[in-house]
Every structure is written in C-alpha cells, then in structure tokens.
Design a protein around this ligand. Sequence first.
Ligand code: CMP
Length: 140
Amino acid sequence: MAGNRTFTMIKPDATKNGHIGAILNHINKAGFKIVAMKYTRLSSEKAGEFYAVHKERPFYGELVEFMSSGPIVAAILEKDNAVEDFRKTIGATNPAEAEAGTIRALYATSIGENAVHGSDSDENAKIESDFHFAGTEIFG
Ligand code: CMP
C-alpha cells in the first residue's frame, strides 16, 4: 500500500527568487497538508550526506555546492499516495520537460537548480524526513 507522507525541500534557487509563499500555496492547493516544516541552511557536509546516493554522479559536487549555497525550506507533507502525487505536482527533474502548471515548470530554472526536491519512494520519504526532523517536530 502506498504511504501517506512525502518529504520536500524548497531549494536555494527558489528561496532566493522569492518563491517560498507561492510554492507552499501550490502544495496546499494540490491537497497536501504540511505536518512539519523548517527554514534552514544545509552545511556542505549535510548536503553531501543527504544526496550520498548520487556520490558517483558527475553532477554530485555541483549539487552539494548548490544545495548548501543558501537557505532551504524542508517539509513533510501528508496526503493519500503522497510520494507519487507529489512527483506529479512538481513535474520532471528537468524543468524543460516538466508538464505545464507543475511547480518546476513554473519556478525552476535548470535541471540543477530545479526549485524543489520530492522523495522518490516511501522508504526514502521516511529516511529523508528523519534526516531533517525529530519526532517532536512532526504534527501529524
Ligand atoms: P532532486 O529531485 O533533488 O534529486 C537529485 C538532484 O540532482 C535533482 O533533483 C537535480 O537537482 C540534480 N540533478 C539531477 N540530474 C542532474 C544533472 N544532469 N545535472 C545537474 N544536476 C542534476
């Protein structure tokens, strides 16, 4: 059965470009309830740890540098079928391929600076949520 939580980050490009409010509104309008949220900045060590699965990829260094370059909004979202539905809400990784009206089509600038992250499985949603939040910071 599909889980009912996913994890997201509004990335440094979107926080810098003033899109936090619009993206949170888009998320709410798409039917997701925010059950945990924080405005924070990742150190390069933390960003490297979060994206460790991509360590061997050629873009890893660039990704870590970008994700630690400014503040992010980290959040846990609740909705039936959360992981899959949220990936539809944000659109393809590359904004040039993202469907019109999706968060990345509206607010992302490039494949590297793509406005938001969304977990790709229920298992990773749990791992990524636990990476950023203690149980006492989640209000489900
Ligand atoms: P995200 O969904 O956060 O998960 C991994 C991230 O790596 C992805 O979004 C992109 O920001 C980044 N990424 C994926 N492919 C590339 C690429 N070809 N060049 C630069 N960054 C990439």
